[in-house]
Each structure stands twice: as structure tokens, then as C-alpha cells.
Design a protein around this ligand. Structure first.
Ligand code: S3P
Ligand code: PEP
Length: 407
């Protein structure tokens, strides 16, 4: 379904309630499966969290996690360590192009029995669950942090815990820190020093604990973009956020400060205000925050400023090749943009081509990153319901703000 999206006037009275972080949710769902004393509140309503829940509850011989990278990686570790399980873990056509060899090699070296159903190095996987007895593994850390998080989540259930040695420059490090912080919150001890991580085994059970998932910061990025592109004085309130977030994308507050948006925490809400139109070109390293690259690139285009974004080496293996998708779609709108395999360079320009239909490439973040641009120019967003991967209510929430969405 394609949506025609335009904005005459944004209403800033609404408070938007975004559901829990999909990253925190999928970690806690896995921990809850391993340690039933854990309770989780404010879980994400994203497709990725739904497939994770279904995968964990499944007793079928085939588990399909569609487009969900975290579910693919976390369930690979889960089934590998679950004695007696025998599953084919599969996903969407794109998931079959997203590499998983580093994780499979690491698990197999710990004693797992995982083989490739089609292509070496890629899903689908045949997984025979076994008791994993080894406790030391070395793996590359520069491709995806999800391989590391998957191992860490399983680690506390291994009889001797787990010691990881990471090779190469660690990418998306806040996601590893989030995993360790959640382990700590349920009472599991960990150590992270340089390129070495240790998770101590749980001898008995963890104490009963209820964790409340903070709302999703990656989803908040689209509101930062809307406020940045709106008139000075515009304001949006989002619930439920914490000042000391476990989510690396909370760095949005400092990135968008440079783009004229202030952030104030008021109790558990986040108040975003457009302070100024005086903004200059920006240069950001997004190695720690890959999921907000699309939002930032589109905001800069809408503001008429240039940007140099670096640390984008993981974008090619996400839901689509996000660097190429940004280049093609921003060029349609009139942008002068260049991408390499890890950087994006956008020149300042204030002209927007009209009547453009944005292709979304099965990537939720393509649809959501371009939506705020309707404040400047009406757009068609092709295959608009792709947003459900992380934020099923996105278009309903846009309507609350006054964005005109025509199916
Ligand atoms: O662990 C996680 O929850 C995630 C880690 C990141 O992936 P990479 O580590 O592959 O960059 C991020 O892009 C993804 O959306 C969620
Ligand atoms: C990259 C993403 O998700 P995943 O890797 O979990 O599919 C994302 O949500 O932007």
C-alpha cells in the first residue's frame, strides 16, 4: 500500500506514546525464556518483538522470523543451547542475504551443531540443540554487535559462563553495553574490559525481578526530525523515557542540539523543542548509532544543510543496503549526495523536487525517515506499512500530529 503524505500544519499539543524499545524487548524476552523468574513490562509491539515471542514459544520444526535481525541472531544462540531442540530457523528473502557465519562459527566452536540449509554463511540454519560445555570463544566484532549480544544472552545459562575475546574495531558498542546492563539488572555478573567480556554463570536461579522497558529511542528519532524541520517554538512530548538510557540512540539529544532542537526530560517524558533556524553543516560519526543515520541524512536535506556522516560500514547489511537506498531516494528529491561503503556526503541545497514517490525497499526506516520531510514537500511513500517492523502505530501517530496521510 502506498501512502500520499502531506503536512499543512503540525499540531504540537499531542503527547505521543511510543512502546518499549525493540532491542531491550528482544533481549528480555530471551532472558525470560532462560530465567522464568523475570517479568517484563512495556514490551515493544513491533513485528520484530512478535516474531521473537512466537519463536521462543514455538514447538514447530520451522521457525520463521521474517525480517528481524535480532530475533535471527538471538534465537540461533537460544536453540543451539536448548538440549533436544531441532529446528530450521529461517526468515525473509533479505534475511537470507544477511551474514551469520561469525555467530555460527562461534557457537559451533563452543560445541553447538548448526549447519546451513542453503548457502554457507547465511540463513536458513538447521540447529540441533545441545548442552554447550566450552566457555571461551574469539570472534570478530566489526560486522555486527548482534552476534556478541546473542552469545552474551545465552552465556549465564552455560555451566561455566562465557569469556569472549573480540577482534577488530567493536561496532555498535552501546548495544553490547545494553545487553550487559540488562544481565546486571537481573542479577547476572559481567565484566567488559577492552576487547574482553566475561559473563559469570548463574548457579541457581535469578531473583524474581520485573523490568520496565524504556520506550524506543530509534522511533523517537522521527519526532526529532519533525521538530527540526518545523517552525521555531514547535514542541512535541514523548513518553516514557529515562535520562540514563540503556539505548545508544539516546545520543539523538546531542546530535539534534546541533540541528536546532533542545531536549528536556520532565518526569518520564521527553520534551523536544525547536529553538533556532540558525543551523550549520554537520559532521557525525555514527559507529555507535547506525539506526539513526537515515533520519539524520533526511533531516539535513530538509534543513538545507550539508552533512558528512561516517561510521556507516554496517548499513549495507541491514534491512536493505541503506547507503544506496538513501543515495537513490534523496537524489530523486534533488539532493547532491555521494556515498562510499562507510560514509555519506550531502551538499547543502534548498530545492525540493515535487511529486516524488519514495521507495522503501522493505526497510521500515526508509519510510519513517522520509515522512518528516512532508513538512517541506508532499511525498508518496511506497509500501508504507513496512513501518510495522519496529513501529506499527507510526502512521496513526503521524495523523495525531496533523500529518495528512491518504491511502
Ligand atoms: O542489538 C540490537 O538490538 C541491534 C544492534 C544493531 O545492529 P548491528 O550491531 O548489526 O549494527 C542495530 O542496528 C539493530 O537495529 C539492533
Ligand atoms: C537494523 C535493524 O534491525 P535488525 O538488524 O534487528 O533487523 C533496525 O531496526 O534498524
Amino acid at each position: 500500500m502506498n501512502y500520499k503524505v502531506s503536512t499543512v500544519h503540525i499540531f504540537f499539543k499531542e503527547t505521543i506514546n511510543i512502546t518499549g524499545s525493540k532491542s531491550e524487548t528482544n533481549r528480555l524476552l530471551l532472558l525470560q525464556a532462560l530465567f522464568p523468574a523475570i517479568q517484563v513490562e512495556n514490551i515493544s509491539n513491533s513485528d520484530d518483538a512478535v516474531v521473537m515471542q512466537k519463536g521462543l514459544a514455538s514447538d514447530s520444526s520451522v521457525v520463521d522470523i521474517h525480517h528481524a535481525g535480532t530475533a535471527m541472531r538471538f534465537l540461533t544462540a537460544y536453540f543451539a543451547g536448548k538440549e533436544g531442540s531441532n529446528v530450521l530457523l529461517t526468515g525473509s528473502a533479505r534475511m537470507k542475504e544477511r551474514p551469520i557465519k561469525i555467530l555460527v562459527d562461534a557457537l559451533n566452536s563452543l560445541g553447538a551443531e548448526i549447519t546451513y540449509a542453503n548457502t554457507e554463511g547465511y540463513p536458513p540454519l538447521h540447529i540441533k540443540g545441545k548442552k554447550l560445555t566450552k566457555s571461551e570463544v574469539t570472534l570478530p566484532a566489526d560486522i555486527s554487535s548482534q552476534y556478541i549480544s546473542a552469545l552474551l544472552l545465552l552465556a549465564a545459562r552455560l555451566e561455566n559462563g562465557l569469556e569472549l575475546t573480540l577482534i577488530g574495531k567493536i561496532t555498535s558498542i552501546p548495544y553490547i553495553e545494553m545487553t550487559l546492563a540488562l544481565l546486571n539488572e537481573v542479577g547476572i555478573k559481567t565484566k567488559f574490559e577492552g576487547n574482553f567480556i566475561k559473563v559469570y554463570p548463574v548457579k541457581e536461579e535469578v531473583e524474581p525481578t520485573t523490568l520496565v522497558v524504556e520506550s524506543d529511542w530509534s522511533s523517537a528519532s522521527y519526532y526529532y526530525s519533525i521538530v527540526a524541520l518545523a517552525e521555531v517554538g514547535s514542541q512535541i512530548t514523548l513518553t516514557s523515557y529515562k535520562q540514563n538510557s540503556l539505548q545508544g540512540d539516546s545520543a539523538l539529544a546531542s546530535f539534534y542540539k546541533e540541528m536546532g532542537v533542545s531536549t528536556v526530560f520532565d518526569a518520564n517524558t521527553l520534551v523536544l523543542t525547536k529553538e533556532t533556524d540558525e543551523v550549520k553543516n554537520v559532521a557525525f560519526d555514527l559507529t555507535k548509532t547506525p539506526d539513526i543515520a537515515q533520519t539524520i541524512a533526511v533531516t539535513c536535506f530538509g534543513l538545507g544543510i550539508g552533512c558528512e556522516l561516517s561510521g556507516l560500514h554496517t548499513l549495507k547489511i541491514k534491512e536493505t543496503d541503506r547507503l544506496e537506498a538513501l543515495r537513490v531516494e534523496l537524489t530523486k528529491l534533488g539532493a547532491i549526495i555521494k556515498v562510499t561503503d562507510k560514509e555519506l556526503f550531502l551538499q547543502p541545497s534548498t530545492h525540493f523536487n515535487e511529486n516524488v514517490a519514495i521507495d522503501t525497499y522493505n526497510d521500515h526506516r526508509m519510510a519513517m525517515a522520509f515522512a518528516p520531510l512532508t513538512i517541506k514537500v508532499p511525498l508518496i511513500i511506497n509500501d508504507a506499512m513496512v513501518v510495522s517492523k519496529s513501529y506499527p502505530d507510526f502512521w496513526e501517530d503521524m495523523k495525531l500530529l496533523g500529518v495528512d496521510v491518504i491511502v
